[in-house]
Ligand binder design. Sequence first.
Ligand code: SAM
Length: 299
Amino acid sequence: MNYRHAYHAGNFADVLKHAVLALVIAHLKKKPAPFRVIDTHAGVGLYDLDAEPATKTGEWREGIGRIVDADLPQDAARILAPYLGVVRGLNAPGTLTRYPGSPVIARRLMRAGDRLVANELHLEDFAALKELFARESQVKVLQLDGWTALKSLLPPKERRGVVLVDPAYEAPGELDRLVQGLKDAARRFATGTILLWYPIKDVKPVAALRRQIAELAFAKALAVELMVRAPDDPKRLNGAGLLVINAPFTLPDQLDVLLPHLARLLAQGAGATFRVDELGRETGQPSVNLGKGSAKDRP
Ligand SMILES: C[S@@+](CC[C@H](N)C(=O)[O-])C[C@H]1O[C@@H](n2cnc3c(N)ncnc32)[C@H](O)[C@@H]1O
């Protein structure tokens, strides 16, 4: 396990993932019934952007660094508000030195009766996460294999909530485990939302993943993808994707407003684009494109 998220925290992929996670949680809060957030690959929770890993790559500067003070129209700003509210809440006005990982975003957005289970396998990262939440009775920190956690923690007793599956994609065959894991998770927690992050380096494995997910025929499945440049070099992280199973009904419209701005602000080269595809069986087709555009198309 070599992957350390501290090098990548706050990059463009985190922006997409964390903005959507915050929107899903904001939607869950519209009903008073408690919910649970399950984070199977949680990382350390809080990242110091002035520390060596983050300064070495500088990835956050092309991610949250471009978003936090961006001049956005009101509708897009409203959609980003749950996410940016957490980021700003950790930093003194006008500064950006701390970045929240997914468990901290979840914790900061939860209400008194909601719960978080944050799982992390890496020994040191687990220890840091455990320490971070040491005095938090609403948070349980576990050190399981994330795919095992996905099985053993579902369904949560609340029967409402969101599961974030955010692997490091270091192990060979992780994309295959992902399809099987997703299938099991959706069966065990049919009422929950599942968010699964995937990298886009080369487009071929991603197209294959979209096809495999479409074949599982979920009632509601979205593939949300943001490219920061054309995928000409398959060794680079050219884009990021999120599968959203049982997406809140409000999400496609929110993405329609938000993604043109993210594609524009986060672009790192020619060919910055976004797309949202519905991969579920309700459409009667394997894949229906709900929206697509380039950084230049709209605002
Ligand atoms: C992309 S990072 C997670 C980032 C975090 N979800 C966030 O958004 O802030 C992936 C994490 O998975 C952990 N990891 C790697 N293999 C794992 C496994 N088999 N089970 C659980 N965690 C694992 C890594 O140590 C790393 O912290």
